[in-house]
Design a protein around this ligand. Structure first.
Ligand code: ADP
Length: 295
């Protein structure tokens, strides 16, 4: 066993108060950002994410997000055990969950539970700390006004990042126009500061062996619940049962169909900033569609 596993095992022991000896470690595939390892003990195993030491703060924010979601107590999240640094690597230790398949009952549960999560509110938009979306900083200042929050902390932030990476020209001029006109999308609709997962694509939701929904890898903040729902539709994987069940608990406003493009634009701009390539054109196309709605 390496010294790193030894240090992490000791940290786990200090948190749980139970001896934990690593029997084996194996890598887990599927993540975008971090190295993922399963640490197997005699009868318990943990899921460990590793990255360079400079990203320790990212794991602290992820742990805080998992704790916020766990406190809500409506949808299963991996228990966040510990975060720290060992041998020049930052780590985050989570309860290891065995995933299984989920049928339509599980998908319905996910929809219902997400709607329950969204019923949890706080008095302002944002969060008590910043976090990351992918590996991009996500800032979560405290705002009373959602439109200003989305303009400044979400769209404006990603557009500015894109500008400093050289994505200027039409993307920026159209993006600025959209930012100025943002309030037009909220005529007759008053978003509430709901607890959001924040990065709810198909790769961040699964079902445990009993078919219970599990969500993980969050980028939590309090904001318009439509932003979470929009992301479930961006890359697919959630299905009709999920959507119908959500809508039964918390019906969607008719303006969601338009606003979801506005919300997903944030993630596509983030993809542009992370991966470059065709995401610039996709973002521009989305801005065009939104501007066309304004007539
Ligand atoms: P990244 O931060 O690198 O994107 P994820 O948190 O998405 O990593 O995790 C990568 C993969 O590991 C997921 O797709 C999932 O299959 C698996 N995974 C995530 N959390 C757990 C967990 N607590 N227990 C078991 N497997 C997990």
């Amino acid at each position: 066993m390496t010294n790193r596993w030894q240090a992490i095992a000791e940290h786990i022991e200090s948190v749980t108060g139970t001896p934990f000896k690593v029997v084996s470690s194996s890598s887990v595939s599927g993540g975008d950002i971090n190295t993922a390892i399963r640490l197997q003990g005699a009868d318990t195993s943990y899921f460990v994410k590793l990255n360079r030491a400079g990203l320790a703060d990212m794991f602290e924010a992820e742990m805080a997000g998992l704790q916020e979601l766990a406190q809500a107590d409506v949808i299963r999240v991996p228990k966040a055990m510990a975060t720290g640094q060992a041998q020049n690597q930052a780590y985050l230790v989570l309860e290891h969950i065995e995933f299984g398949g989920g049928g339509s009952t599980s998908s319905r549960m996910l929809g219902q539970q997400l709607a329950l999560l969204h019923q949890l509110k706080q008095p302002y938009f944002g969060w008590h700390r910043d976090n990351t979306i992918g590996s991009t900083p996500q800032i979560n200042g405290e705002y009373q006004d959602w439109v200003s929050f989305w303009r400044e902390q979400r769209l404006g932030y990603q557009l500015q990042l894109a500008k400093s990476s050289g994505y200027s020209g039409r993307l920026q001029t159209k993006g600025e126009r959209l930012a100025q006109e943002l309030s037009a999308f909220f005529d007759n609709y008053a978003p509430q500061p709901s607890l959001l997962h924040g990065d709810l694509w198909g790769g961040n939701a699964a079902f445990d062996r009993l078919g219970n929904p599990v969500i993980f890898d969050p980028a939590c903040y309090y904001g318009d619940r439509e932003a979470d729902l929009a992301m479930t539709e961006l890359f697919g994987g959630f299905g009709r049962d999920f959507f119908a069940a959500y809508n039964e608990v918390l019906p969607l406003d008719p303006g969601y169909g338009t606003r979801k493009t506005l919300y997903n634009l944030y993630h596509i701009l983030n993809h542009l900033n992370l991966f470059g390539g065709g995401y610039g054109q996709q973002a521009e196309g989305m801005i065009d569609r939104l501007l066309a709605e304004l007539g």
